[in-house]
Every structure is written in structure tokens, then in C-alpha cells.
Design a protein around this ligand. Structure first.
Ligand SMILES: [Zn+2]
Ligand SMILES: [Zn+2]
Length: 444
């Protein structure tokens, strides 16, 4: 018994020493390359690209990864990349960063702020990295460089994924459907790790187990009518009025048809119809977003929306062939972090985060209605991969502290004022490297 305890004690001391040594090695490597990665981050920030248009971003990432010694495959699911490095026998671990920006105008005063504007099929829009995916790509590159330069610290196969179009909730599936594991021969991972920015202070990390994010659907509803002159609505069938009625009725699905103890959201994020004051258009488009935690609620919302659409078309006496249509786009299941894997990551991060209070878990930060398609990289695999998705603080700590005193955070993702403090670049890299090393070494 005593011998066992002694052996256990020696092992623990060994493990702690190993962790501390690693932390020093990681910190030195990050300090050495800090200027390089801050420059990459600023460049990505100034040159944001929307989902499935991340050609410049993917090109920069691919070039860097090749220079570190990775075998890189490009143009997977349009703009995705996969970088693989084999280093002996061990687990296959995938680390993913999303690369796309948002159709949002940046309102920060940063010298490297985005001023980009792009033409879309139906609109002209400013583009900015208002969700921090520029930081995600930078953290991935810093982590990949460390892994290539410190092969003595891990054994197995590491795969870095630069994923397109997370904001559309389409990019992960685009990569797997394009043949990530088949046509391109990327090995199916045992573990999948990912990180996302959060508007909390640099130095804080959220690593919660279990359900973390809601499932989501994105789809477009089109109401058809008969257009005409604004002065003679009686000679038309007004799709604007039909769409307006639908928007209000959709909300009654959540309030009346979903179990009040369940969380669910229906948001109409865009209403597009007509151009002129005095013209009744021929159609009206609604861009709808759902959030849910179970299939039953998902079905209730989708079927409810269909019935409301048809009911309105009936009420306005539309011909059957002019009933509203639905075009389904991106979707994802709720994100559920593996408990054991998350514990591994959390334990490894303790020495990095210094103050335990800054390492938040599911008891402090419960699941959110936010959504991710990260886990869809492995969802349909034959080998069930355990996955863990964590959130890393990116707000300048003093700014965060002052905002919290007023009961708020300094900014939120997707607002034009979202701002990744430059100290978050080395901090996030440290979190990424430490977490990924822990995932490799847990299997020993
Ligand atoms: Zn986002
Ligand atoms: Zn995001």
C-alpha cells in the first residue's frame, strides 16, 4: 500500500514537473514567434473574407503550414484546408479553426481595422472579422508550428483543419461531403479539439462539459404574391403583408407550442421585398434562424412554420403553385463536449491559467443558444471521435473589468466593436498548444 502510494506520489510529481517544463518550453516558443503571429493576425484582420470566399486566408495558412513541414491539402469543400503530420504511433488528433468573417461593418478604431466592402448577389456589404476567426487561424498556425518543432513532446498524427463558412453553418459538412476522409484521404481522428473567442478577459478560458451549444437551422422562406401598383392593392396579392403576418405568427410557435421548460428560438434575421414606395412586389423573402436542443422541438418549429406559411397563402387565396417555398441551408446538431476529454483539457490548463477562478466550467457558464458546426467534421465518421470545444477570452483585461462593474461585457461577437486584444494572440496560442499536447498525452 505504502509502496503504491509512494509510486503514485512519484508519478504525480513527475507529471507536475513534466507539465511545468512543458509550460516553460511553450512560453519560450510563443515569445520567440510573437511578432510573427501578431503580424499574421493583423493581416488576416485587415483582409476578412466571407464564408466560402476564404481563398486569401486559406492560401496564407496553407503556405505557413507547408513551411513548417506539414502535408497540406487545399480546396476541400471549396476553400478548406487540411494539414497532416505523422510522428510515430499514437492517437490521431484533429484541431480545427474556422476562417470566415462576417457581413458586419467594423466600428473599432484599430489602425488595422477592416474597411472592406464586397458585392454579393443581392447586396453590397461591409465585411469584418467580428467573431474572431482571424484569431482562430492565428492560434492554429502557432500551435502547428510548435508541434512541428517539438516532436519529442507528442506521438501520433496531428491534423490541422482550416474550415470555411462556419457562420453559414455549412463549412464543416462541405469539407466532409467533398471527401475529407475519402477522396482526400485524411485519417479519421480519435479526438477533435477547437477553440473560439469569447468577450471575456484575456487570461480566462471556458471549458465546460456536456451540452454547450444549441442545434440550429438556417433557411429562407419566400412568399409569392401578385405585384402591382401601390395605389390598387385590391388588384394585387401583397407578399409583404403575408410575410409580415408570418413573422408575427412564427413567434407564437415558441411561446405556445414548445414546452415552456425547453429553450428554443425563432429569429427572422432578414426581410427582403420590393424597392419602390409605390410598387407592390411579386415576392418577399424571410431569412429564418432556429435554435433548439432536441429533434422534437426542431420538428415542431419547422412544421409549424410550414403550416403558418400555407395558412397565410390560403387566407390570401393564392393558387397552390404559388404557396410559399422553403430553401434549407446550413444546420447543425447541438454541440456536446465529451466529459473525459474536457476534464483532460481543463486539468492541463490549470497551470497555464494560474488563478483557478479564471478557468470557467459548465457550472459557471451554462450552455448557450449559440451554435457551431465544428463537431460536424466528425459527426458521420465510422470511428466515434470524442470532441471538446473551448472558449478563450480576448478582451483587454482592464476594459473587461470596467465593463463588468457596469454589469456588461465590453463587446459581443458579431457587433462591429468586437475587438481581439493583441495579448490574446500569445495567450490563445498557449491554450491551444497546452490543450492539444494534453489530448495526445492522455492516451499514454
Ligand atoms: Zn460568429
Ligand atoms: Zn465564430
Amino acid at each position: 500500500m505504502k509502496r503504491t502510494l509512494l509510486a503514485l506520489g512519484t508519478t504525480l510529481i513527475g507529471a507536475i514537473a513534466f507539465a511545468q517544463n512543458n509550460t516553460t518550453v511553450i512560453e519560450q516558443a510563443i515569445a520567440k514567434d510573437n511578432d510573427k503571429f501578431v503580424a499574421i493576425f493583423k493581416d488576416l484582420h485587415q483582409n476578412p473574407e466571407l464564408g466560402f470566399h476564404e481563398t486569401r486566408t486559406a492560401g496564407i495558412a496553407a503556405k505557413e503550414l507547408k513551411s513548417y513541414g506539414y502535408t497540406v491539402t487545399e480546396h476541400i469543400g471549396k476553400t478548406g484546408i487540411a494539414a497532416v503530420m505523422k510522428n510515430g504511433n499514437g492517437p490521431i488528433v484533429m484541431y480545427r479553426a474556422d476562417m470566415d468573417a462576417n457581413a458586419v461593418k467594423e466600428t473599432t478604431n484599430l489602425p488595422y481595422k477592416s474597411t472592406k466592402v464586397v458585392e454579393l448577389a443581392d447586396a453590397t456589404t461591409p465585411v469584418g472579422h467580428m467573431c474572431g476567426h482571424d484569431a482562430h487561424v492565428t492560434w492554429l498556425l502557432a500551435t502547428a508550428k510548435f508541434f512541428a518543432e517539438h516532436k519529442d513532446l507528442w506521438k501520433g498524427t496531428v491534423i490541422f483543419i482550416g474550415q470555411p463558412a462556419e457562420e453559414l453553418i455549412e463549412g464543416a459538412r462541405a469539407m466532409t461531403e467533398d471527401g475529407l476522409y475519402t477522396k482526400y484521404g485524411i485519417p479519421e481522428p480519435d479526438y477533435l479539439l477547437g477553440m473560439h473567442t469569447a468577450p471575456i478577459a484575456v487570461g480566462m478560458v471556458i471549458a465546460g462539459s456536456g451540452v454547450r451549444n444549441a442545434g440550429t437551422d438556417q433557411f429562407d422562406v419566400t412568399f409569392y404574391g401578385i405585384g402591382g401598383h401601390g395605389s390598387t392593392p385590391n388588384l394585387t396579392k401583397d407578399p409583404v403583408v403575408m410575410a409580415a403576418a408570418a413573422i408575427m405568427q412564427y413567434q407564437a410557435i415558441v411561446s405556445r407550442a414548445i414546452d415552456p421548460k425547453h429553450a428554443a428560438v425563432i429569429t427572422v434575421g432578414s426581410v427582403q421585398a420590393g424597392i419602390d414606395n409605390n410598387v407592390i412586389p411579386a415576392s418577399a423573402l424571410l431569412k429564418v434562424n432556429l435554435r433548439w436542443f432536441n429533434e422534437k422541438d426542431r420538428k415542431t418549429m419547422i412544421e409549424g412554420i410550414k403550416r403558418i406559411n400555407d395558412g397565410i397563402a390560403y387566407a390570401y387565396n393564392m393558387d397552390k403553385d404559388k404557396y410559399p417555398t422553403i430553401k434549407f441551408k446550413g444546420w447543425s446538431y447541438p454541440l456536446v463536449n465529451d466529459e473525459q476529454l474536457t476534464n483532460t483539457v481543463r486539468s492541463a490548463l490549470k497551470p497555464v491559467i494560474k488563478n483557478d477562478k479564471l478557468l470557467l466550467d459548465e457550472t459557471m457558464i451554462p450552455s448557450s443558444m449559440g451554435s457551431e458546426d465544428f463537431h460536424h467534421l466528425v459527426f458521420d465518421n465510422t470511428k466515434k471521435a470524442a470532441y471538446c470545444f473551448i472558449n478563450v477570452g480576448v478582451a483587454e483585461p482592464k476594459r473587461f473589468e470596467e465593463a463588468i462593474k457596469k454589469g456588461a461585457v465590453p463587446f459581443v461577437n458579431h457587433n462591429g466593436n468586437f475587438e481581439v486584444d493583441l495579448s490574446a494572440i500569445p495567450f490563445g496560442s498557449k491554450v491551444g498548444i497546452t490543450s492539444l499536447l494534453a489530448v495526445f498525452n492522455r492516451a499514454k
